[in-house]
Design a binder for this molecule. Structure first.
Ligand code: E4P
Length: 218
């Protein structure tokens, strides 16, 4: 499973990229606004830090506008993936981007029917929003990933399922079990994946027993 970071914080990104475990990055207009920086500058900097796919979102609501913005965003770096919303206009733009060889991430997906349309339009990635769906439906986000997996496998679609709006480490493992190809994580959730209380207490025990031996390995 590929793990992406959902952030525009390049300092945090640099730190986590150093682990060698970050496969890509996603951004959205809210995260760009939070950065307080020009979008093209932030995306270019992220693309320099990460070799994998970097999603940059178009904000036009009509297909022509999305195509113009998407082509400009795709020109920033070869690893830019143009993000468009799961709307009729977004899918018209997705099909054209596919013809032009521009990679897409169809975002704000909340149903398997929407995901089916995204795949038919030739999306590179579809992003089901787990956390936001859980908030509305009392927890059916992971079920949505499972359903999309089945639909895509039934027809051999190669659109990748990118689990988004991830809130917890459990969301990550449940998405992996449900067959998501990738998940995009806020940095705090990414950090939480390293941790387990038994790892910490086990390590303390080993270190204290080792100290009693008075030995040194080197
Ligand atoms: C994904 O591409 C989105 O940017 C992100 O996962 C949205 O997450 P949120 O629901 O926590 O805002």
């Amino acid at each position: 499973m590929q793990l992406f970071l959902d952030t525009t914080d390049t300092a945090v990104l640099k730190d986590l990229v150093a682990t060698g475990l970050v496969d890509g990055v996603t951004t959205n207009p809210t995260l760009i606004a939070k950065s307080g920086r020009p979008m093209a500058e932030v995306i270019a900097e992220i693309c320099d830090l990460v070799e994998g796919p970097v999603s940059a979102e178009a904000v036009a609501v009509d297909a022509e506008g999305m195509l113009a913005e998407g082509r400009k965003l795709a020109g920033i770096a070869p690893n830019v993936v143009v993000k468009v919303p799961l709307t009729r206009a977004g899918l018209i733009a997705t099909a054209e981007f596919a013809r032009e060889g521009i990679q897409t991430n169809v975002t704000l997906c909340f149903s398997a029917a929407q995901a089916l349309l995204a795949a038919k339009a030739g999306a590179t990635y579809v992003s089901p929003f787990i956390g936001r769906l859980d908030d509305q439906t009392n927890g059916s986000g992971i079920e949505l990933i499972q359903t999309i997996r089945t639909v895509y496998d039934n027809y051999g679609f190669d659109t990748e399922i990118l689990a988004a709006s991830i809130r917890t480490a459990a969301h990550v493992t449940e998405s992996a079990l449900a067959g998501a190809d990738c998940a995009t994580l806020p940095p705090a959730v990414f950090e939480s994946l390293f941790k387990h209380p038994l790892t910490e207490t086990g390590l303390q025990q080993f270190l204290s027993d080792w100290a009693k031996t008075g030995q040194s390995i080197l």
